[in-house]
Design a protein around this ligand. Structure first.
Ligand code: PYR
Length: 313
């Protein structure tokens, strides 16, 4: 019996739970939320699509009852407030740090062996906070940002190339921030062909820029942060873990010397399987990419330092 809990039944959490159910990633999906009745209502609504969509996953909702999350294999944390237009993800730290820390501690009481997938923003810092405050092995704490940013990168590449996004390969590493993420244009391909041979340098720069502000663009349009792609990216990460798929997915993970960085959670490609992070993959970056990665890490370290200021660490 496989069980996944999604904490937070807002737009992102509910989308994540819905994708997990629809794709039958686990036998049971529990949604937990602090708002009375919301997760129960959304779970019942999803269960009423089971016959229409033909899935067998059971979705259960509960209001703040962590006992119902007991023995989860994977727990997705989406709790906290989303950003509003004009806000950076980093500005959410004051409110979200306390929420994420207490959620993670409650989860661990009932699922001491769970693998945690962090979606709450600022995602790299919330992943770092979870790791530092829980003291569980680093292979069990994963921030999903790179999966989302890479999917956005492939979307913008496919738009520029006029091709199917499923036929594009591309990765985004670094922090999950408007100025810290690093879409690796040099390594992106369409059916094995480097995209740099198919698009002009100007067009490729545009794709990179659109990817970096992908979340901000949607926040401006929607009045709150996006949910379909973030929720689906969380489910994609969970699936590779639960089904031991060993996919290589860029995720925010704790580094101890890899990529020249330590004491930080930041996006790099990892192999995800039943043990969570099975391997950190070290790409051969060129000088420009290395410099961008170092600058991104410096910015994430700076945000992490604010955890002490807000009393979370
Ligand atoms: C994003 O849409 O990028 C979020 O971080 C939710």
């Amino acid at each position: 019996m496989s069980k996944v809990t999604v904490v937070g039944a807002g737009n992102v959490g509910a989308t994540c739970a819905n994708v997990l159910a629809f794709n039958e990633v686990a036998d049971e999906v529990v949604m937990l939320d602090v708002k009375e009745g919301v997760s129960e209502g959304k779970a019942m609504d999803m269960m009423q699509t089971a016959q229409l969509l033909g899935f067998d996953t059971t979705v259960v909702g509960c209001t703040n009852d962590y006992e119902k999350t007991a023995n989860s294999d994977v727990v997705v944390i989406t709790s906290g407030i989303p950003r509003k237009p004009g806000m950076t993800r980093e500005e959410l730290i004051g409110v979200n740090a306390g929420i994420v820390k207490s959620v993670a501690q409650n989860i661990l009481k009932y699922s001491p062996n769970a693998i945690l997938v962090v979606i709450s923003n600022p995602m790299d810092t919330m992943t770092y906070l979870s790791l530092k405050s829980l003291g569980i092995p680093k292979n069990r704490i994963i921030g999903m940002g790179g999966a989302l940013d890479s999917s956005r990168f492939k979307y913008f590449l496919s738009q520029a190339l006029g091709c199917n996004a499923n036929e594009v390969e591309g990765m985004v590493i670094g922090g999950h921030g408007d100025t810290t993420m690093i879409p690796l244009a040099r390594l992106a391909t369409y059916k094995g062909q480097p995209v740099s041979t198919l698009l002009s340098a100007e067009k490729l720069d545009e794709v990179v820029a659109s990817t970096m502000v992908g979340g901000a663009t949607l926040t401006k349009l929607l009045g709150t942060s996006a949910w379909y792609a973030p929720g689906a990216a969380g489910a994609y990460v969970v699936e590779s873990i639960i089904h031991n798929q060993k996919k290589m997915i860029p995720c925010s993970v704790y580094l101890e010397g890899e990529y020249g960085e330590s004491d930080i959670c930041i996006g790099v490609p990892v192999i995800l399987g039943k043990n969570g992070i099975e391997k950190i993959v070290e790409l051969e970056l060129n000088a420009d990419e290395k410099a961008k990665f170092a600058a991104s890490a410096a910015a994430v370290h700076k945000t992490n330092a604010a955890l002490k200021e807000v009393g979370a660490l």
